[in-house]
Ligand binder design. Structure first.
Ligand SMILES: Nc1ncnc2c1ncn2[C@@H]1O[C@H](COP(=O)(O)OP(=O)(O)OP(=O)(O)O)[C@@H](O)[C@H]1O
Ligand SMILES: [Mg+2]
Length: 318
């Protein structure tokens, strides 16, 4: 059932961009960011990172991520102002340049993933959390919780940061942290409400916030399969009762494949990812797009950077 367009696109994936005329480039794990004075060009590439390492490229991943983030930014613009100024190409967001708060604002509705692993080891207390000792894997919290973490420099892993520490270390003032936590919880509620209508559960997510003067903006990406977990709602209760893995629409599938098939969890030599796995991963991202937004995406094969260049020219940015 694999779509030939996805296989064909393996030779045209966007590994990196060279749009020097846009400004000074910063290379994140997934995005190439070009900075002008008060705006940024965020180019979502097809790079796949897992466990903080860049492993390979996935056909159409950049487009899917940028389109999903765009979908959410539009949907929630009345809930919290966001950084988007323009989207001249499916892979590109022109954003307001903000002063980022150097903290990953993680909101969780369920006890799963790394927090479940921490809970089993007893190390969840690093977040300053107390969780009932008999809570089951994947069970829902009565109210969503925040587990902020540091934004680690390239090559390092993020560390838990109790909310009190965010203020104590001067990462955000008490007033700003208060605004950030309200904004994060409001966005999460909006995300959960929409996902319910799509038969999905928004399980957890990571936000970043930035300031311009006194104004607060949600920046980077929002509710994408890279930054969030999504489960299928219809299967949730039965799988919870059986303590079986949930049906996942996000990057956790890739992480589990890496652990299971390659014994890789971020350390040592980079594993080689076969083409069929790259195509299946592309299908996963496209499926996530359709399930989240309710509209399928028909990707068009071809040279992504050439198209970006053309669209930026048409919109007067190049
Ligand atoms: N509006 C904005 N203002 C300032 N910085 C932003 C804005 N939007 C996104 N960023 C930053 O741009 C970068 C996006 O790149 P990407 O998502 O690939 O990075 P990452 O791999 O998640 O993080 P890192 O920068 O640690 O590599 C991030 O560092 C993010 O914080
Ligand atoms: Mg990022």
């Amino acid at each position: 059932m694999s779509d030939p367009v996805l296989s064909r696109q393996l030779d045209h994936t966007l590994a990196e961009t060279h749009l020097d005329a846009l400004g000074e480039r910063y290379r994140g794990k997934v995005r190439d960011v070009y900075r002008q004075r008060d705006r940024l060009f965020l180019v979502a590439t097809d790079r796949l990172s897992a466990f903080d390492r860049v492993l390979t490229t996935i056909p159409f991943k950049g487009e899917v991520l940028n389109r999903i983030a765009q979908f959410w930014f539009e949907k929630t613009q009345d809930v919290v102002p966001n950084h988007v100024l323009d989207t001249p190409d499916p892979n590109v967001t022109v954003a307001r340049a903000t002063k980022p708060f150097p903290v990953e604002v993680v909101v969780r509705g369920y006890l799963t993933g790394s927090l479940w692993r921490d809970f089993q080891k007893g190390t969840h207390t690093a977040y300053g959390l107390s969780i009932p000792g008999d809570m089951k894997k994947d069970a829902a919290f009565p109210e969503p919780i925040l587990t902020p973490s540091t934004k680690a420099p390239v090559g390092e892993h993020d560390e838990p940061l109790p909310e009190a520490e965010v203020v104590r270390r001067g990462i955000a003032s008490a007033r700003d942290w208060g605004r950030i936590r309200e904004a994060a919880l409001a966005l999460f509620r909006a995300g959960q409400t929409w996902c319910h209508t799509r038969g999905l559960l928004l399980v957890d997510t990571k936000y970043e916030f930035g300031a311009v003067g006194d104004a607060l903006y949600v920046i980077d990406e929002m509710h994408t399969p890279d930054s969030s977990r999504f489960w299928r709602a219809a299967d949730y209760e039965e799988r919870l009762a059986a303590q079986a893995d949930q049906v996942m629409l996000d990057k956790e599938n890739v992480r589990q494949w890496l652990i299971r098939e390659r014994g890789f969890s971020g350390h040592g030599a980079l594993p080689v990812i076969p083409e069929d796995v790259r195509v299946q991963t592309s299908e996963l991202y496209l499926r996530a797009y359709a399930e989240i937004t309710g509209t399928p995406l028909t990707p068009v094969a071809g040279d992504v950077e050439a198209r970006i260049q053309k669209n930026l020219q048409t919109h007067g940015y190049l």
